[in-house]
Design a protein around this ligand. Structure first.
Ligand SMILES: [Zn+2]
Length: 113
């Protein structure tokens, strides 16, 4: 379950970004091709956050659709996993531009620290 080590890194990033403030919430973006199981990520958060400044924080997970670029007609499009046909010209050789990301998008800290 590599979600544990991934969440360790995300928590480190969130705590560093909070600069000593408690973390109220953290928003994480997960690409559908990252192989990450969202439930496992949540479980890892529950397991790892107690005792850190992110203890009790809300975890928002944003799941993205893969985005592709069609080399034939230049269309950029998002598509469900497993279907990479260009909606404009039907080409099947779209280049994957994103979909395997895992990143910390933002955190929330209290207004008054
Ligand atoms: Zn196309």
């Amino acid at each position: 379950m590599h979600e544990l080590s991934l969440m360790t890194n995300l928590l480190d990033d969130a705590v560093a970004a909070a600069a000593g403030a408690p973390v109220r919430a953290m928003r994480v973006r997960v690409g559908p091709l990252s192989g990450i199981v969202v439930d496992s990520l949540r479980f890892a958060f529950e397991a790892l956050s107690p005792g850190t400044p992110a203890d009790g924080a809300r975890l928002d997970i944003e799941e993205t659709a893969p985005s592709l670029h069609c080399p034939r007609c230049g269309t950029d499009f998002s598509t469900p996993v497993g279907s990479y046909d260009c909606p404009s010209c039907g080409a099947t050789d779209g280049e994957l531009r994103s979909g395997n990301e895992l990143e910390l998008v933002s955190i929330e800290v209290p207004d008054h620290v």
